[in-house]
Design a protein around this ligand. Structure first.
Ligand code: GLC
Ligand code: GLC
Length: 822
């Protein structure tokens, strides 16, 4: 069952009913001002930090879900309704929500009145703009009153929810009904003391009335759906003093049959330097100059439309770096539009604000940031560079890394600390991807401190060396890397041994002296150790490269000797040195992470797809047999049915959820990439499709979350609700799937010295063309694909056959035509 459809031409998903199983959201903004918006107009806005600078309020765990947003109430001759359906929930004759790239357009129609609201954050502005067009679709004149509504949050979203005894006395607003470009309401709580910022909510016409006090507008004991002022049909002109400040304008509209009127609302964030805070000497009236400048840029519909066009163009430019035409619409729409879009949103938000992340919690993850970068480095290389330096600057001198850092301060987070022994190696992954994309080897000389301590700067390459050495010097009895608090799997806590409710599995180490080792980190070391060696070579350090390669070989051997279980790779060794992920166990026999990562690192690869004696083929076959489901590959099998104190959080989840046998989408693409390594493109594409949102659109009633973006997890085969997704939007899944599909299945990937063309997607996509801009040149890669297992492309470059699959980089500005046949 579906709740809408894709409009690929417009690059939109069109939700055609308000009754989706869960609010389906979108993100507005890509610089400093951000909004979340659901298909029902729910969501909130913030400036830079979802916790510290929250502009509008959102209700968590609310009944009904998705309460709080930007709403417009229509009063039509006593009939009150909201075109976003929420919050009034009056039946609509027509409903449509179009989620596009950086904008959402919601249209509702009832009793001959159609209201279309386009919401976006213009490029270069700290504001959400709402363009509202009201049309009389009936054949009689209409006399309507429109009531806008936003509820202000008292800035610190955590404090706002917890500290009522103070907060209910501090709310302050100013109202400017005769503002230069219409009417405006200012939310200025705490501006009288230390804040240098306020919010403005304005409309580009003279409002007939206003409200700023929530209880007046809504009425005591009413829900937002029963708001008193829209029902009464006229504003109360209330001025908030403490309690709950809101912004609402009422505008009376007379429309002849067929007539339309457009209004523009702006919700903006304004910062004033200290000496310019006030308009008067008594410090009673805020300085509105910057707010007026903002509203002057959206005083007309034409200005607003031009800003919208600029936004659309900016996305067109951004997405032109990589595109495919394959004749397979679901593949094209994921690659060209939605997967890359999700990568950008993940870059902007990290893991902070979604309908599953409250925006008041965690900071940016060290490993998450480096992996996210793999998905956007081709789009915004300059910002990727900046992020790499920021991330490296939180590294500790011994090569270990804070697990998280705070985006505003860019400092490591002491509450979570370090000791996740996979973290350091991800820095090599990020830097190598950046250098392959850009050729910017100079970044290796860029100075970055340790632990943000001024004076400790060393070249970035030295940070990579410390990352590499950290793994070398933290090996256990089998020569495999010690796991520390956890590796990629945050819930595999082998030194934790927790019996205390609420204790963090990630930060607790109740037992010392263990020897828990990770086969997954071993595989990472083989992969990123080699990438480190390649960087060392290009950095003029052949001896460093040679030594690194020696250590990589040692690890490869240790992985086969102690990490191989007979039919698949083991997962780890526990505190006591017992294997995890072995056929000898009843539960948790086989885990996905080491199978995918060992093979994609090139461990155990034999002579190709038919070499059934090779560990790679055996491991991948075992994955399919034991972890496969119609909804993707589960993380391990069988899931743990009871709590295992020696394993930690992984065994706390009910079977089939999250790390305990859920389909953790993040690592499915590792297996897809691994399949391309052994030459089984058909299987790679199969794995790709099972978790791809567009391919799951028809089962939206089972999947339940947005069919245009990946979710972190789909409930596994042992779960009560198998196939149901959770935690959409902010997940490393986006980056890794883009890497898998663009670089390995479609097979076009930047390497240090040229573009590799090596598609492996199986017979279902017989012909396709990839257009890739790399280092300023454009490569048009036309592929004719038999899809036969084990076949590799032969290349003709600008009419000349070449040996191998590496196309040397062309000068910037050039266009190179590549014909690939396999
Ligand atoms: C979450 C974390 C990520 C971790 C994964 C598996 O997605 O953000 O860092 O690797 O879970 O535990
Ligand atoms: C929990 C989640 C895991 C996440 C971790 C860190 O353990 O299950 O997915 O990575 O928290 O936030």
């Amino acid at each position: 069952m579906q709740y809408g459809h894709f409009d690929d031409e417009a690059r939109e998903y069109v939700v055609t009913t308000p009754h989706t199983p869960y609010p389906w959201i979108n993100y507005l903004g890509s610089e400093q001002f951000f909004s979340l918006i659901s298909h029902q107009g729910g969501g909130y806005s913030f400036y830079r930090d979802a916790r510290m600078r929250r502009l509008t309020r959102y209700r968590y765990n609310n009944i009904p879900a998705d309460a709080g947003g930007r709403y417009l109430y229509v009063h039509d001759d006593g009939d009150v309704w909201t075109p976003t359906w929420m919050p009034v929930k009056a039946d609509l004759d027509h409903f449509e929500a179009r989620h596009g790239l950086g904008y959402t357009k919601i249209t509702g129609e009832r009793r001959g009145v159609r209201v279309e609201t386009l919401v976006f954050v213009p490029v270069g502005e700290n504001a959400e703009v709402q363009r509202v067009t009201v049309t009389n679709t009936s054949d009689a004149p209409k006399s309507l009153t429109l009531f806008s509504f936003v509820e202000f949050c008292l800035w610190n979203a955590h404090d706002d929810q917890t500290n009522y005894q103070r907060n209910l006395s501090i709310g302050e607003v100013e109202v400017e009904q005769d503002a230069p470009h219409g009417s405006a309401i200012y939310h200025k709580t705490e501006y009288r003391e230390r804040r240098d910022h306020y919010a403005v909510f304005a409309v580009n016409t003279h409002a007939d009335g206003f409200d700023t006090d929530r209880d007046t507008f809504v009425g005591a004991y009413n829900s937002l759906g029963e708001a008193a002022v829209p029902r009464a049909g006229h504003s109360a002109n209330s001025v908030a003093s403490g309690w709950y400040p809101i912004g609402s304008h009422s505008v009376h509209v007379e429309l002849a049959p067929g007539e339309s009127r457009t209004l523009v609302y702006v919700l903006g964030y304004v910062e004033n330097p200290d000496e310019e805070k006030w308009a008067d000497d008594a410090h009673q009236v805020i300085n509105k100059t910057r707010a007026h400048a903002l509203t002057s840029r959206f005083a007309t519909t034409e200005q607003t439309d031009a800003a919208f066009d600029a936004l659309v163009t900016s996305w067109t430019d951004l997405l032109s770096t990589y595109s495919v035409r394959s004749g397979e619409p679901k593949l094209d729409r994921m690659v060209n539009i939605w997967n890359q879009y999700q990568c950008m949103v993940t870059f902007n938000m990290s893991r902070s604000a979604s309908y599953f992340e409250t925006g008041i919690g965690r900071g940016m993850g060290f490993r998450d940031s480096n992996q996210d970068l793999l998905g956007f480095v081709h789009l915004i290389p300059a910002r990727a560079r900046e992020r790499l330096i920021d991330t490296a600057s939180t590294q500790l001198p011994d090569g270990s890394a804070y697990h998280q850092y705070q985006p505003l301060t860019k400092r490591g987070n002491n509450d979570v600390g370090s000791g996740f022994n996979d973290d350091p190696l991800w820095l090599i992954a990020g830097v190598a991807a950046y250098v392959r994309e850009t050729g910017d080897l100079a970044i290796l000389d860029e100075g970055a401190p340790f632990d943000n301590e001024p004076g400790t700067e060393v070249p970035l390459f030295e940070h990579l060396t410390r990352s590499f050495e950290h793994a070398v010097t933290h090996r256990g009895p089998h020569g495999l890397p010690l796991i520390g608090r956890a590796d990629w799997n945050d819930c595999l806590n082998l030194n934790c041994f927790s019996t205390t409710p609420g204790e963090s599995f990630q930060t607790t180490e109740n037992k010392a002296g263990g020897v828990a080792e990770s086969v997954f980190i071993a595989a990472m070391f083989v992969k990123y150790g080699e990438e480190y060696a390649q960087l060392a070579e290009r950095h003029g350090l052949p001896d460093v490269a040679a030594r690194a390669r020696g250590l990589v070989e040692e690890m490869r051997t240790a992985t086969m000797e102690h990490g191989w279980d007979g039919r698949w790779f083991r997962r780890a060794y526990d505190f006591f040195g017992n294997p995890i992920g072995t056929d000898a166990s009843d539960e948790g026999k086989i885990w996905i992470e080491p199978q995918g990562f060992a093979v994609l690192a090139g461990i155990g690869i034999g002579s190709g797809p038919d070499d059934v004696s090779s560990p790679a083929v055996q491991a991948l076959d075992a994955v399919e047999e034991m972890l496969g489901t119609p909804h993707g590959l589960v993380l391990q099998y069988p899931a743990y049915t009871t709590y295992h104190i020696e394993l930690g959080e992984v065994s706390t989840y009910p079977p089939g959820y999250k790390e305990n046998g859920g389909i953790f989408c993040h690592n499915n693409p590792w297996v897809a990439i691994a399949e391309t390594m052994v030459g089984r493109g058909d299987k790679a594409f199969d794995h790709y499709r099972r978790i791809s949102p567009a391919y799951r659109e028809e089962i939206s009633d089972v999947h339940r979350l947005e069919p245009y973006v990946y979710a972190q997890m789909i409930a596994g085969k042992e779960a009560v609700r198998a196939g149901e997704a959770k935690n959409s939007w902010l997940t490393g899944t986006a980056a890794w799937n883009f890497v898998a599909v663009s670089q390995y299945l479609l097979g076009v990937r930047p390497d240090f010295d040229g573009l590799v063309v090596d598609p492996q997607i199986g017979p279902d996509v017989p012909e396709f063309t990839v257009t890739r801009v790399a280092r300023g040149a454009t490569y048009v890669v036309s592929v004719t694909n038999s899809g036969a297992r084990g076949s590799r492309a032969t290349l003709v470059v600008d009419g000349t056959p070449i040996a191998g699959n590496l196309v040397p980089y062309a000068p910037a500005g050039a266009t190179v035509h590549i014909q690939a046949t396999l």
